[in-house]
Ligand binder design. Sequence first.
Ligand code: HEC
Length: 99
Amino acid sequence: MNILFSFRYLIFVTVLAAFSTTAQAEEKNEAYAHGNQLVQESCTKCHSDNVYQRKDHFVKSFNALSTQVRRCKDNIGLSWFDNDTNAVIHYLNTKYYKF
Ligand code: HEC
């Protein structure tokens, strides 16, 4: 392999890596926006966002958050797709819980 070739290869790989990081970031932003919208639409009837921020909130882990989101949404009979549920979990975790 000559030096010029390896250099080009390095640039190619770097550009690829940069693209995939941006794509992942965009996917996360979309999930955040989608989750936010679903929460505002469906999750403010019984409790406000304060419930996620109070000092003694009972959700203490990512798994517990995931379970509680499903419990609350099943309680009110929402038939969300998995990607809706995951978006809500991502939104609540990013904004409030930070596990
Ligand atoms: C039918 C009423 C109701 C609706 C609608 C509802 N919840 Fe809940 N949720 C509750 C109750 C009751 C609790 C427990 C509150 C408490 O302990 O004071 C709770 C608690 C939670 C918690 C845990 C808070 C903590 O202490 O960490 C999360 C997370 C949560 N809800 C998410 C959601 C999401 C997401 C939605 C929308 C799909 C939703 N809830 C809609 C009744 C509801």
